[in-house]
Design a protein around this ligand. Structure first.
Ligand SMILES: Cc1cc2nc3c(=O)[nH]c(=O)nc-3n(C[C@H](O)[C@H](O)[C@H](O)COP(=O)(O)O)c2cc1C
Length: 349
């Protein structure tokens, strides 16, 4: 990613319901100062964007002075893509990403997401559409296979067409469509595609630890590593990666600390991070009717995603479902943190 001005090729993936401004801000608070790591938004429909309001639509909110965020676009029609890109440029994104990996039925119905992988020429046209309107880098996030299996030959042809159409970089979620988000990812296949492309090719899928992320680049020859679910449990993963790479920088306010490492340290930090996330959700989504319930739902979903990395994750998640206000959630989590011995699991299967 150096060719695009990024010296730290690690990033947080787009996740619907999770990659909102509060989560991106949580990641930022754990990112060593001066380290510019990309953070994606959740996928945004270009059919809706032109009529949405930048500062009040919850999914479009950014924090004051936020940089290095990448809105992810869903769409395939220039008449919607052009005004969407124009509108989003007002909030100064670092780049745009095009979703060619989502397997959900409501996305497939519109021929968006992974459906675009079924038509090489059309997919390349969509890249051209975004490139025509975007003054910032354009990437595509795709799957390792458009159906049940990974298909290296097809991937090479498909990514060649995207590169020729002007894509600045690509991310491959190294699982086929049918695997959804489950099972092991095949990082080899990403390395093999990266070897034949001129543009950076980033790996995604099953990257859970700093060690995984660094290995992806050093041993598999990928241009970068994109972390999704594990970043909910380990929002300090950039801090760990930076430390392992010998980068001499710390997150703001943590100048005399080192990144949490042991199962107990990580569990304790998770409680702190979750309490911080409650504050951020309350801060960013504090207007409008029903907002507390909206924020609580986001927090419960986050807890459910992260819970898999904890020995007693289910009981932690249950606390969030029982809490009927931000205050109650804070109290329950603080009490749990001070009374329960938790350990974080290094890698889940
Ligand atoms: C809750 C959730 C929401 C997701 N939303 C998106 C999305 O909006 N756009 C996208 O390209 N991928 C989305 N994904 C897929 C992730 O970006 C990522 O490709 C996938 O989870 C594999 O990475 P992981 O094994 O590190 O979790 C989502 C995944 C999850 C779990």
């Amino acid at each position: 990613m150096k060719s695009l001005g990024l010296s730290f090729p690690f990033m947080i993936a787009p996740m619907v319901g999770i990659s909102h401004v509060a989560f991106r801000d949580l990641i930022r608070t754990y990112t060593p100062q001066g380290v510019d790591a990309l953070r994606f938004t959740e996928m945004l429909s270009t059919r809706k964007l032109p009529s949405e309001r930048l500062h009040s639509t919850r999914e479009l909110k950014v924090s004051s002075g936020e940089t290095h965020f990448v809105p992810q676009l869903l769409g395939n029609e220039e008449s919607f893509i052009a005004p969407s890109v124009k509108k989003l440029m007002e909030i100064s994104p670092w780049g745009f990403d095009i979703n060619m990996g989502c397997p959900q039925s409501h996305v497939l119905r519109h021929n968006w997401g992974v459906r675009l992988m079924g038509d090489i020429n059309y997919a390349a046209d969509v890249v051209r559409m975004v490139k025509r309107h975007s003054p910032v880098p354009v990437s595509v996030k795709l799957r390792g296979g458009a159906d049940k299996d990974l298909d290296l030959n097809y991937l090479k042809d498909f990514t060649s067409a995207l590169e020729s159409a002007g894509a600045d970089w690509l991310t491959i979620h190294a699982r086929p469509k049918a695997a959804k988000h489950e099972g092991p990812a095949n990082w080899d296949i990403v390395g093999e595609v990266a070897a034949v492309r001129k543009i950076p090719v980033v790996a995604n899928g099953d990257i859970q630890t700093a060690e995984d992320a660094i290995r992806i680049i050093k041993n598999y020859g990928c241009g970068g590593a994109m972390i999704a679910r594990a970043a909910t449990a380990r929002p300090w993963i950039f801090w760990q990666i930076a430390e392992d790479l010998g980068i001499d920088a710390k997150p703001d306010g943590r100048e005399s600390d080192r990144a949490p490492r042991t199962p107990k340290e990580e569990a304790q930090e998770f409680y702190r991070a979750f309490l911080r996330l409650i504050d951020l959700v309350e801060f960013y989504f504090a207007e409008g009717d029903g907002i507390e319930e909206y924020g609580l739902q986001k927090l419960r979903f986050y807890a459910a995603t992260a819970a898999r990395w904890f020995m007693f994750g289910h009981s932690f998640w249950r606390l969030t479902t029982k809490s009927k206000s931000f205050g109650e959630m804070r109290e329950r989590i603080s009490h749990y943190a001070s009374t329960t011995e938790q350990e974080m699991i290094y890698r889940i299967s």
